[in-house]
Design a protein. Structure first.
Length: 138
């Protein structure tokens, strides 16, 4: 019986995800999460980009500073007023434009799948990380 309830809940969540994704697709611009400075910068970059529709679909805000980009888990940092993006499990922090150039084509060609899970990005230099709980210097 417990298995049936979990399956029913999973089906309901999947249905709600489909509805949310459909509604997101109807919005022309990327709408940032409230009270998230990094996501506001992200919205500015996405909405000004020539491939706005594709980027809007690929970036999925999870919590402050954490996103899914297609199947990749990423962490977004703001350094000197600029977005830096780290793919979880890598040592690289890329500027928004470089990240888009490297990862967009590959992510658009993948079928919808579970996100790749990995360890967090290590800090390479002092930067401001917007975390779900507080602003932290790493």
């Amino acid at each position: 019986m417990l298995s049936f309830e979990n399956e029913s809940l999973h089906t309901h969540v999947a249905s709600l995800d489909a509805i949310i994704n459909d509604l997101k697709g109807r919005i022309e611009k990327y709408v940032p999460a409230k009270n998230d400075a990094a996501d506001q910068l992200m919205a500015d970059k996405i909405n000004a980009h020539k491939n706005r529709q594709s980027l809007k679909t690929l970036f999925n805000w999870q919590s402050e500073g954490l996103y899914l980009f297609g199947t990749k888990q990423i962490m977004v940092l703001v350094e000197s007023g600029k977005l830096r993006i780290c793919v979880m499990g890598t040592n690289a922090k890329l500027y928004f434009e470089d990240f888009i150039e490297i990862y967009t084509k590959a992510e658009l060609s993948k079928p919808a799948a579970s996100p790749e899970r990995s360890t967090p990005c290590p800090s390479q230099s002092s930067s401001t990380l917007y975390s779900p709980r507080k602003k932290t210097t790493i």
